[in-house]
Design a protein around this ligand. Structure first.
Ligand SMILES: Nc1ncnc2c1ncn2[C@@H]1O[C@H](COP(=O)(O)OP(=O)(O)OP(=O)(O)O)[C@@H](O)[C@H]1O
Ligand SMILES: [Mg+2]
Length: 265
């Protein structure tokens, strides 16, 4: 469990995360337990990001990061801005999403122009991530980062922000045709039919059973869900059962009036 040593800067976004340097020499984008979106967001991030990785998708490494009281005391910027006023970030165990390299050498983008986006080395992974977002009922649009690994000429993408999977703090699954889609539909230009969502779809159906889900969920600090293990178990059971309806949900997205998959005819 990496210990946070230094706050580098604030990140944009509703959860008011911070880039932090940790004792394992890694840099992590850290979301705090008392973030404005709620503590369960941290549980969703850890569970969602690790499930995505298990499906073979490009997700950042994750860690439970320890942030101690003294670091918060000595860092003026470690505060949560509220409607009126502010409160200090809470000490203890937080969620960390690993920055893909040393921040001074690794430029990370939230957005690429069309031409560069089409040329992303692992663009097909957006299809696999759609399988994942349907499964977990991500009630936010899909979010990704782009960076060039050292020595490579093409950008790669990583899938970030699983905080609104499982319907954020609700832990329910209100499915909708376009839920979880990436706003830039050009990433789906390679989709020709349901087989374009392989190997992820079959992998989900056949391998991501209750024991795999339970094993990953076991790594969530209970204080991130208020020690409510009944609520967690119930959500995990639903998650496992839902695997059988994902094919149907993808077809429903294809048929929706927004036509996200223009080459699936
Ligand atoms: N692993 C990572 N590596 C590099 N940058 C990251 C990583 N995770 C998040 N970021 C950056 O931090 C920003 C905020 O992250 P994220 O979207 O997860 O937070 P959020 O507060 O939930 O945002 P939102 O308002 O979209 O819900 C992202 O826009 C991205 O630029
Ligand atoms: Mg976000």
């Amino acid at each position: 469990m990496p210990l946070a040593l230094e706050q580098i800067r604030r990140m944009r976004g509703g959860a008011q995360s911070h880039l932090m340097r940790c004792a394992d020499d890694g840099y992590y984008v850290v979301k705090f337990r008392n973030n404005p979106q709620g503590a369960r967001i941290l549980a969703n991030e850890l569970l969602g990001t690790r499930l995505a990785a298990r499906l073979g998708l490009p997700a950042p490494e994750t860690a439970v990061v320890e942030v101690r009281e003294d670091l918060i005391e000595y860092t003026d910027d470690l505060v949560i801005e509220l409607g009126r006023g502010r409160s200090r970030c809470q000490a203890g165990l937080q969620f960390g999403s690993r920055y893909p390299g040393p921040p001074r050498e690794t430029v990370v983008y939230d957005f690429l122009p069309d031409e560069q986006l089409r040329d992303v080395a692992n663009l097909a992974d957006f299809r696999g991530m759609f399988v994942f977002d349907k499964w977990t009922c991500n009630t936010n649009g899909r979010q990704a980062i782009f960076f060039r690994p050292a020595g490579e000429s093409q950008y790669r993408t990583q899938m970030i922000d699983q905080g609104f999977c499982f319907n954020a703090c609700e832990w329910s699954f209100p499915d909708g045709a376009l839920r979880g889609i990436y706003a830039r539909h050009l990433v789906y230009e390679g989709v020709r039919g349901i087989d374009s969502f392989e190997p992820w779809l079959t992998r989900l159906e056949t391998r991501m059973d209750e024991s795999v889900i339970g094993e990953i969920a076991g790594g969530i600090p209970p204080e991130w869900y208020g020690d409510d293990s009944d609520a967690l178990d119930q959500m995990l059971q639903q998650l496992s059962r839902r695997r059988s309806i994902i094919r149907g949900l993808i077809v429903q997205a294809w048929k929706s009036s927004a036509q996200p998959f223009s080459n699936w005819t």
